[in-house]
Design a protein around this ligand. Structure first.
Ligand SMILES: C[S@@+](CC[C@H](N)C(=O)[O-])C[C@H]1O[C@@H](n2cnc3c(N)ncnc32)[C@H](O)[C@@H]1O
Length: 376
């Protein structure tokens, strides 16, 4: 099958690597997504186990087009009968990137009509549109002169992890946290700390990785369960296989947080994730070397950016102070940091002689952030 999956813009190569590791096929990174060919069964595994993907799609088309009439022509030429039963409803979810003389609502309207007309011609029945609770969601990306259409097998994005009972006001997407851990070079067993852990997303994702726990293995509301091509029993069996591969253990994974409220929230999240036995969350100050655990080799952190939580002025002191503390507590450790205050971070790294090994731009929601890989 031709498949594709969406991910965080800026992390496509990490997502492609993960797809390759999970299902053993080559994956081609694209903007905010990865394309690949795999047997249909791969869809179960990716939805249950992927840490860096948001949604997994069956690709219906990827073609050049010129104007709305052309969109209709392409979409009406596709057969939707394998994906939508006559009694089922559907919705088009459109996204538009680039300059066009039409809106994404126009795209949804035209492509929606094409789906109805195609089904009417091939199956003799008129499909129902339901924008609120459709049985089948068709994704339609118009990007410049390119149309990409797919059947959404996921539904609610995979980054919405079940353990988030405490929503930190500046929480990191778990998919980004996982990608940062993958990029950091951390291996379970090595000492890891997130010194500004907030709701503990990074330590929790690390624990799930250490345990080989598929992040969505307990989820029961995938879109694929409403698609005729798929089978609930096969999904359950894949879940069983993944559960059998889990290995619980105690790993040196730490989180520090200066706010009692967020620390308590992080503990609640870790408890809900079932990983409290391997995640040590403590009240601590990232700027105090004494707060850090011994034999520390990897630091993965999402500090405040001075956007949502604390004034910009405080960042000026916090970044150099925490780098100084890190240098004292864990010289030689790797530091993987995501921030939108990149100038501040670069200045602090320069002042503290922290070597920046690589950097990449990543879109975190609507914020342009940078992930830096450094040596402390
Ligand atoms: C961007 S938030 C982290 C969010 C977290 N990654 C999550 O997903 O929930 C940054 C956190 O750093 C904490 N913080 C700020 N200064 C700190 C310091 N000196 N020591 C420890 N924590 C600090 C803040 O209280 C805040 O919870």
């Amino acid at each position: 099958m031709e498949l594709f999956a969406t991910t965080v813009p800026g992390l496509e190569d990490v997502a492609a690597r993960e797809v390759e590791l999970l299902i053993g096929c080559r994956a081609q990174p694209d903007v905010g997504k990865v394309f690949f060919q795999a047997p249909l069964e791969a869809v179960y595994r990716l939805n249950l186990a992927a840490r860096t993907l948001h949604r997994v799609f069956i690709r219906l088309c990827r073609e050049s087009f010129e104007g709305l009439d052309d969109l209709y022509r392409i979409a009406v030429g596709l057969d939707y009968g394998d994906f939508i039963d006559p009694h089922q409803s559907f919705a088009i979810r459109s996204e538009r990137v680039g300059v066009h003389c039409f809106t994404s609502m126009d795209v949804s309207r035209v492509v929606g009509q094409a789906v109805i007309d195609s089904h009417l011609a091939s199956r003799g029945c008129r499909l129902r549109v339901d924008l609120d609770e459709p049985d089948v969601e068709l994704y339609c990306l118009v990007r410049g002169g390119e149309l990409i259409m797919g059947v959404d097998t996921t539904g609610r994005s995979l980054h919405r992890r079940w353990y988030r009972v405490y929503e930190h006001p500046a929480a990191l997407k778990p998919t980004i946290a996982s990608a940062m851990l993958m990029l950091s070079g951390w291996e379970p067993g090595e000492v890891l700390v997130d010194p500004m852990c907030g709701g503990a997303t990074i330590p929790i994702e690390a624990a799930l990785m250490a345990w080989d726990r598929a992040p969505n293995v307990d989820r029961g509301d995938f879109n694929l369960l409403r698609l005729r091509l798929f089978d609930a029993e096969a999904l359950r069996e894949e879940g069983e296989r993944l559960r059998e591969a889990e290995s619980r253990g105690v790993y040196p994974i730490y989180g520090l947080e200066e706010s009692e409220r967020h620390l308590e929230g992080g503990r609640r999240n870790a408890e809900r994730a079932g990983v409290l036995e391997t995640v040590d969350l403590r009240l601590g100050d990232a700027a105090d070397p004494a707060s850090y655990p011994k034999a520390l080799s990897h630091v993965v952190v999402n500090p405040p950016y001075g956007v949502r939580m604390i004034p910009k002025g405080r960042i000026r002191g916090l970044y150099p102070a925490s780098l100084r503390a890190l240098r004292e507590a864990a010289e030689g450790a790797t530091l993987t940091v995501i921030t939108a205050a990149y100038r501040r971070f670069r200045e602090a790294a320069g002042e503290m002689d922290v070597e920046i090994l690589s950097e990449r731009g990543v879109l975190h929601g609507d914020l342009h952030t940078v992930i830096y890989l450094c040596r402390v």
